[in-house]
Structure formats: structure tokens, C-alpha cells
Design a binder for this molecule. Structure first.
Ligand SMILES: *Cc1c(COP(=O)(O)O)cnc(C)c1O
Length: 230
């Protein structure tokens, strides 16, 4: 298993999916999702030129990043954020992708203001009715979009989603399509909302066909996760 080879293979497939749909490769960012993998795996991908990464837990990245010095690393938080971790998250991540409430947005805004930075955020939208899933219901999106422009230190840049576990590949397509519609509606209200963070190891080519601007790929780059997520 070689991270460098896996990265190259995923990039090739992104390139093919772009060619198939007449999209420019530069429109689709590849995020390497390094959760549960050691810091050495991040360093290896970084050495191969990868800069955009995703982790889903604040504490995990805080611990893993302790000994690392990787200039220009673009590390996004892609997992749910509890309100007691917003200060830490604003400090150690370059963007927060799973914002699903005004309360979290407000806390991130305050934290970013204190740090003197503008923090990009994405809104996680929940498109299925699975009880356990986090994310904002589509019907609650307009109210959040209404409130966000009052927050000066966060910059809403896009929407993200995770389709239901049993909706892989083709079955995920309707979810990706729906997120794109919601992004178009959101962008009409807030022009900075351009990104669509969607697509994972098993369905990223489908997501690209449906307009993804960032695919979040873990397993296909780093291999199977060795310990279960809590
Ligand atoms: C783990 C994770 C991914 C990557 O999943 P793979 O199937 O390993 O590619 C993408 N997005 C989120 C939100 C994740 O938690």
C-alpha cells in the first residue's frame, strides 16, 4: 500500500471524471482524509505534494499535529463540532466544514475574531432522514443563511454533505444533485457560497459528475481505517 501511488491513482480518476463531464480539473479539489491514520501518513502525503487534508475530530488533530511543521497545510475539520471545542477548532483548522447550527457559527465567529482571522466555513446539510446523522435539515437552511452575514469573522464558502451509508455510488447521485440545487439557491443569497464538498472513496466520481468542487477521500488514499471511530 503506497500513499503516493494511491494519490496518483485518485488524481487520475478525478481527471477522467472531469473529462467525462467536460469539467476542468482545476475545479475539483482533492481532500485527503487522514482521520485515524498516524501523523506519518499526513507527512507522506504532504511530501507527495498534497496540501488539502481533512480530519473529523478536534482532539485527534490537536494530538497528531503536535510534532508536525508543515507550511501551507490546509487542514479542514469535517466532523461534527461541539460548542465547547469551537475555540480550539478555530485555532488549529484552516476551515470548518460541518457547521450545522447558528449557535456553532456564532461561536466560531467569536473565536475567529479573537484570533484575528477570517475563518471559512461550510454548512453541512442532512439530506436523509437517518436519526443518527448530524447536519442541518434543508428546510432550516434559509434561516441560517439569513443570519450568517451578520457574522464578520467567518466566511461561508459552501455546502457539504454525507449521503446515507447505504446510498453508495449511483445511489448517492440524487443526494449530490440535491446539494447542488441547494448550493445554487444559497449562492443566490450569499455570493461567497460556491463550494460543494461531496464525494468519498466509493462515490467521488459520481459526485464530480454532479458538480462537486471538493472530494473528501480517505480509504482510497490511506487504506482501511484500523480502529473504529468512537
Ligand atoms: C471519513 C470521512 C470521509 C472519507 O471517507 P472514505 O470513505 O474513507 O473516503 C469523508 N468525509 C467525511 C465527513 C468523513 O468523516
Amino acid at each position: 500500500m503506497s500513499i503516493v501511488k494511491n494519490l496518483a491513482r485518485v488524481r487520475e480518476q478525478i481527471s477522467a471524471a472531469c473529462a467525462k463531464t467536460g469539467r476542468k480539473e482545476s475545479e475539483v479539489a482533492l481532500m485527503a482524509v487522514s482521520k485515524t491514520h498516524p501523523a506519518a501518513a499526513v507527512e507522506e502525503a504532504y511530501a507527495a505534494g498534497q496540501r488539502l487534508f481533512g480530519e473529523n475530530r478536534v482532539q485527534e488533530w490537536e494530538a497528531k499535529s503536535a510534532g508536525l511543521s508543515l507550511p501551507d497545510l490546509d487542514m479542514h475539520l469535517i466532523g461534527p463540532l461541539q460548542s465547547n471545542k469551537t475555540n480550539k477548532a478555530a485555532a488549529i483548522f484552516q476551515a470548518i466544514e460541518a457547521v450545522d447550527s447558528l449557535k456553532i457559527a456564532q461561536r466560531l465567529d467569536k473565536a475567529a475574531a479573537e484570533l484575528g482571522k477570517k475563518l471559512p466555513i461550510l454548512i453541512e446539510v442532512k439530506l436523509s432522514h437517518e436519526e443518527s446523522k448530524h447536519g442541518l435539515a434543508p428546510e432550516d437552511l434559509p434561516a441560517l443563511l439569513e443570519a450568517l452575514p451578520t457574522l464578520g469573522s467567518i466566511v461561508p464558502v459552501g455546502l457539504m454533505t454525507v449521503p446515507p451509508l447505504d446510498a453508495q455510488q449511483e445511489a448517492a447521485r440524487p443526494y449530490f444533485r440535491r446539494l447542488r440545487e441547494l448550493r445554487d439557491q444559497a449562492q443566490a443569497k450569499i455570493a461567497s457560497i460556491t463550494q460543494l464538498s461531496m464525494g468519498m472513496s466509493h462515490d467521488y466520481t459520481v459526485a464530480i459528475e454532479e458538480g462537486s468542487t471538493c472530494v473528501r477521500v480517505g480509504t482510497a488514499i490511506f487504506g482501511k481505517r484500523e480502529y473504529p471511530q468512537p
